[in-house]
Design a protein. Structure first.
Length: 59
């Protein structure tokens, strides 16, 4: 028997303080993601080194 799939939709009306906190949080996450993407891109361009998630970082 197949399981029924359901979807839920929510609305979120943040307060001005929550808007600021969310913007700060997402900004930090975006910065961290872009920083690591830059490190990986530079490693690839310089050494053709693909970092796998199972391989420890170089020392």
């Amino acid at each position: 028997m197949r399981a029924a799939k359901r979807a839920y939709r929510f609305r979120f009306y943040p307060t001005p303080e929550q808007v600021d906190a969310l913007a700060r949080t997402f900004g930090c996450a975006r910065f961290a993601y872009n920083h690591m993407l830059r490190l990986r891109s530079d490693a690839w361009m310089q050494r053709q080194d693909a970092w796998a998630t199972t391989k420890p970082p170089p020392r």
